[in-house]
Design a protein around this ligand. Structure first.
Ligand code: SAM
Ligand code: DTB
Ligand code: SF4
Length: 340
């Protein structure tokens, strides 16, 4: 009997949202080599293993956020070095998107330090930017905080591809990190995004002092949503001076790798994004993440406010590992094949 048969995971297993916490815990605790081997098999059954999407982030409105997310350098209540800026104008957004496309990015994500979207001229400006970036042929993503169904509809109509809204951690650990909105608030926004027919981008952050059961809890919530998110960003905490998590001890790399591998196993058709925290990873560590199922990174020397590896070093990593950038709008497996 080979390793994947022993575990009950077959690499052709259908997508399902009936995962139990016990099943996910058992995967998470497998011997590491077995876990990444199985995740690699599943990854290659569902995706082109040599393809990694390059996505670009732009902070369109930085800092001054009223929320209290304890990891976030953009929360107004924490004294960080982030310089707040008003909403960027559309021409600047479009020129950044063109530059990103030129550099090989197929996805452009605009982030705003808002608690929620308000129906005002600022939102009109975002809608306009979405239209123009979509016209460049890129996958357009936004992360703007909480969103109503009507606002999600407007974004969909403008050509938005995906909406990013993270659950961040397990339902149990959530209120140790965020007090100004609830897990249910986040789930409600995800419902609005889904109902509008947008793709859902939803993941979390590891290394905030949570335990492995919380990483399992996050993956369990994601994998048991009515439909899996098309995109699952796994961020490692970037501990920023001035935030409550500034002195948080670093999570061992192996825990992050396990999180990626289990995300791949339980949500086989989704894009798994190796997101914040790459500046602390060697090329060898990132290669293990790609082997275990990560198939997207953010490129460009800045995330929203924190540093990211230099574009040239990522280009060298792609060449070394034989990776190719994924083209925009490549069809993804259908994620609604949940068996009864
Ligand atoms: N304000 C919106 C919101 O919170 O949904 C959108 C922007 S917010 C900065 C987007 C995501 O970035 C957060 O949900 C969180 O997962 C991630 N993030 C923020 N600060 C981070 C940090 N220091 N380390 C890792 N991820 C972080
Ligand atoms: C996500 O999950 N990670 C990206 C994107 N979605 C918007 C943001 C990471 C932000 C890291 C902290 C910063 O640069 O401010
Ligand atoms: Fe505001 Fe988003 Fe940062 Fe939370 S994560 S403080 S909502 S910008």
């Amino acid at each position: 009997m080979n390793e994947s048969m022993k575990s009950g995971i077959r690499h052709s297993n259908p997508i399902r949202n009936t995962w139990t916490r016990d099943e996910i815990t058992a995967l998470y605790n497998k011997p590491l080599m077995d876990l990444i081997f199985e995740a690699a098999l599943v990854h290659r059954a569902w995706h082109d293993g040599s393809e990694v999407q390059m996505s670009t982030l732009l902070s369109v409105k930085t800092g001054g956020c009223p929320e209290d997310c304890s990891y976030c350098p953009q929360a107004a209540r924490y004294q960080t070095d982030v310089k707040g800026t008003p909403l960027v104008n559309v021409a600047e957004i479009v020129s950044s998107a063109m530059e990103a496309k030129e550099a090989g990015s197929s996805r452009f994500c605009m982030g705003a330090a808002w608690r929620e979207v308000k129906d005002n001229v600022h939102f009109d400006r975002i809608v306009d930017a979405v239209k123009q970036v979509n016209a460049l042929g890129m996958e357009v993503c936004c992360t703007l905080g909480m969103l109503s169904k009507d606002q999600a509809d407007r974004l969909k109509e403008a050509g938005l591809h995906s909406y990013n809204h993270n659950l961040d951690t397990s339902p149990e650990y959530y209120d140790k990190v965020i007090g100004t909105r609830t897990y249910q608030d986040r789930l409600n926004t995800l419902d609005h995004v889904r109902e509008a027919g947008l793709n859902v981008c939803c993941g979390g952050i590891v290394g905030m002092g949570e335990e492995s059961k919380d990483r399992v809890g996050l993956l369990h919530t994601l994998a048991t949503l009515p439909q899996h998110p098309e995109s699952v960003p796994i961020n490692t905490l970037v501990a920023v001076k001035g935030t409550p998590l500034q002195n948080q001890e670093k999570l061992p790399f192996w825990e992050m790798l396990r999180t990626i591998a289990v995300a791949r196993l339980v949500m086989p058709g989704s894009m798994v994004r190796l997101s914040a925290g790459r500046t602390d990873l060697s090329v060898a560590e990132q290669a293990l993440c790609f082997m275990a199922g990560a198939n997207s990174i953010f490129t460009g020397d800045k995330l929203l406010t924190t540093p990211n590896p230099e574009f040239q070093s990522d280009a060298a990593m792609f060449a070394l590992l034989g990776l190719t950038p994924r083209p925009a709008h490549k069809p993804q497996p259908h994620l609604d094949q949940v068996p009864a």
